[in-house]
Design a binder for this molecule. Sequence first.
Ligand SMILES: Nc1ncnc2c1ncn2[C@@H]1O[C@H](COP(=O)(O)OP(=O)(O)OP(=O)(O)O)[C@@H](O)[C@H]1O
Ligand SMILES: O=C(O)c1ccc[n+]([C@@H]2O[C@H](COP(=O)([O-])O)[C@@H](O)[C@H]2O)c1
Length: 192
Amino acid sequence: MQIGLYFGSFNPVHTGHLIIAEHVVSNTPLDQVWLVVSPQNPLKPSASLLNEYNRLNLANLAIQDNEKLKVSDVEFKLPKPSYTIDTLTYLREKYPQHSFTVIMGSDSYLNLQRWKNYEVLIRDYNFIIYERPAFPVDNSALPQNFILLNAPLLDISSTFIREQVKKGNSIRYLVADAVAREIADNGYYKAK
Ligand SMILES: Nc1ncnc2c1ncn2[C@@H]1O[C@H](COP(=O)(O)OP(=O)(O)OP(=O)(O)O)[C@@H](O)[C@H]1O
Ligand SMILES: O=C(O)c1ccc[n+]([C@@H]2O[C@H](COP(=O)([O-])O)[C@@H](O)[C@H]2O)c1
């Protein structure tokens, strides 16, 4: 199968992520998109991170009835922080029958030079990039293993969701209903 890998902290997963995953899987030859929950992004602070198993559970709740979207905990067993090149190497070995394509926003793409072994990463893997406002990409300058895809965008972030919860404001429609319920029932993101 052709698998798209959408890496993130998903702290928590929100509707902006789900729109991208669904759009990519339905507008490309990919058979499935896996949301890979990263315990610890190498370039982000860990202070506001919900436990990785709780984030995994929220991601599973969000995509539970979607046949083409899956959630992966592969990085839970790998060393932290989560370096994407190491995860990809591991996945290729574990699933030789699949081919893997990395999905990322243009913000991450423009930051790729800071990633571990980025020369190997961009040489050995296929990428689907979607453009985010404020991070324009020159399509003609992209290597041939990169595809620029137009995707519908919702201008929200996990940071915004966490802030809303902390203030006691609604996150309805910003996250899947089951995710909103689970966050409320467990009091996630309430305390500093
Ligand atoms: N609203 C959005 N629309 C499209 N892509 C998004 C959106 N928010 C985040 N992404 C992308 O999703 C991937 C995973 O993102 P991540 O889990 O870091 O979420 P985030 O909302 O950026 O989190 P935070 O606010 O905590 O930094 C990244 O590639 C990021 O660029
Ligand atoms: O491999 C790296 O060096 C690397 C550097 C920064 C980010 N990543 C991964 O990219 C994913 C999304 O990152 P971000 O910055 O968009 O939240 C997340 O899963 C990180 O582990 C990976």
